[in-house]
Design a protein around this ligand. Sequence first.
Ligand code: UD1
Ligand code: UDP
Length: 384
Amino acid sequence: MTRPLRILTVIGARPQIIKAAALSRAVRGPFAGRIAETLLHTGQHYDANMSQVFFDELGIPPADIELNVGSGTHGAMTARMIEGVETVLMRKEHDVVVLYGDTNSTLAGAVAAAKLHVPVAHIEAGLRSFNKRMPEELNRIICDQCSTWLFCPTDTAVANLGREGFDLGHQARPTADVPQVVQCGDVMYDNSRHFAALADERSTVLGALGLSGKDFALTTVHRDHNTDDAARLNGIFGALLDLHTRHGLAIVVPVHPRTRKMMETLLTPALHEALTAGNGIHLVPPMGFLDMIALESNARLVITDSGGVQKEAYFFGKPCVILRPETEWVELVERGQAQLVDADPGRIAHAVDHYLSAGAPECPPLFGDGRAAEHICEELIRCR
Ligand code: UD1
Ligand code: UDP
C-alpha cells in the first residue's frame, strides 16, 4: 500500500487557523489514510482569543509543532519563522507544504520550503490588491512565485495569475517552475456553511450583548494603514459614533489586539470617552468563530477592513462597507453588495445610509460548491 501524502500545514494568524479547519476536516474524513497532516503553528497570533479558541471550537487537532515566535517587526518575526520551518523541513518528513493567505507566516513557509525544494501548495492564491504598500500584497506575490500548486478561490484570482504569466493549462506533474493553477472555490465558504448551524445552536453572543431581535451593525478594523494612522483611526471611529447617533443603531466591534493598543494612544480623548460611554457601541474582545458568524448572519450591515469578514458578509447576504481604498474581492463590489469607502467619514456615512435604506443585497454563490478543501486534497493526491 502507498504511504499517505505527508503535508506540513503552516498556520499562525487567526484567519489561517480558521481556514485550516476545512482542510483538516477533509484530511481526517474522506482522505483519511491517503493524506497525513502535520500542523505547524508559528505563534504569530498567541492570545487565547486569537488562536486557541479556534482549535477548541472548530475541531482542529492541536498543533504538532509550535514555534512560539510571537510579535515583532516584519523582518524579525519572519526570520524566526523561516528558521523554524526550515529546521522542520530539513528532517525530510514532508512531501508538500500547505500555506494559507498572505500573512508573514505564509511568506516564511513559502521561502523556507521553496529553498529546500519542497513543493508548496498555496491556498488563496492569485488574489491581488495592486497596492504594494500592503505587507500582504508582497507576501502573496512572493508565495505565489514559490508555489507548485496555486489554489484560487475565484475566477478573478485565476485571471490575475494569467496576467502575471502563469500557464493556466493542465500540468501532468506540476513543479515550482511549471506550477498548476486550480480554481477550487473558497475554503472559507466551506467553513461558513459547515459551522453556520453549530453557531445557531451554540452561540449566546446576541443575548449576552442584549441584541436578540434588534438591528445592529458589525464592525472590525485591524489593517495597519487604518490602525497606525491617527487621522484614519479617528475618521473611522468618528464615523461609527456618527452612525450610532444618527440612526440609533447598535454597533458591535470585536477589537483586534493591534487596534486596542492603537485606540488607546491615537484616538482623541473625547472620541475615546464617547465610544466607551456604554451608549450602544459595544467594544468587545475578539470573538470566537461561532459567535462571529452568529453576529454576521444577524447584523443589518457589516463595516470592515478585513478580507475574511467582507466575504462572510456576502455568504450571509449582508451589505458590506469596506474601510479600504481597494479590495482583492472585487466581485463583491461589482455585485453592489459592498462599497469601498476608504477611511473617509463622508463616504462611510453615505454608504451606510444607502444600505440601510436599500435592504439586503442579492448574493448568488460565487465561491465554489462548499467542497473546496476536498477539491484541493484530490488535486494534491492526483499529482503525487
Ligand atoms: C496579521 C496579518 C494580516 C491579517 C491579520 C489577521 C501580517 C503581515 N499581517 O496582522 O494580514 O489580516 O494578522 O488578524 O502577517 N497582538 C497581540 N496578540 C496576538 C497577536 C497580535 O497582542 O495574539 C498584537 C501585537 O501587539 C502585535 C500586533 O497585534 O504586534 C500585530 O500583530 P501581527 O501579527 O504583527 O499583525 P496583525 O495586525 O495581526
Ligand atoms: N474573526 C473572528 N473573530 C473576530 C474577528 C474575526 O472569528 O473577532 C474571523 C472572521 O469571521 C474571519 C476571520 O476571522 O473568518 C478573518 O480574520 P481577520 O479579519 O483577522 O483577517 P483577514 O481576513 O483580514 O486576513
